[in-house]
Design a protein around this ligand. Structure first.
Ligand code: SF4
Ligand code: SF4
Length: 88
């Protein structure tokens, strides 16, 4: 399940560089997560980096993008062809 950013976002930008999938970008008033690139950090880390760094808890799971662990890993492999995941 991809994460999304809520209106609580204060646009501090801290999460953008934390995402190794480059799924986070600045939008008009808040930062946003591209669900096609968010793997819940599966493939890289044991935990979700944007969630950990956000000072206002604005990164939450998006129930509209339900995915299995296997689907998230497959997304990671598509995003990083030829690379080996550090966390599966
Ligand atoms: S959970 Fe991980 S992959 Fe998804 S947006 Fe946050 S930092 Fe990026
Ligand atoms: S870390 Fe949190 S408050 Fe800062 S830009 Fe990201 S979602 Fe917004």
């Amino acid at each position: 399940m991809a994460y999304k950013i809520t209106d609580e976002c204060i646009s501090c930008g801290a999460c953008e560089s934390e995402c190794k999938n480059e799924a986070i970008s600045e939008a008009e008033s808040i930062y946003v997560i591209d669900p096609d690139k968010c793997t819940e950090c599966i493939g890289w880390f044991e935990s979700s980096k944007c969630v950990e760094i956000c000072p206002v808890d604005a990164c939450v799971l998006d129930p509209e993008h339900k995915e299995t662990h296997e689907q998230l890993l497959e997304k990671w492999r598509t995003l990083h062809p030829g690379e080996t995941p550090t966390v599966t």
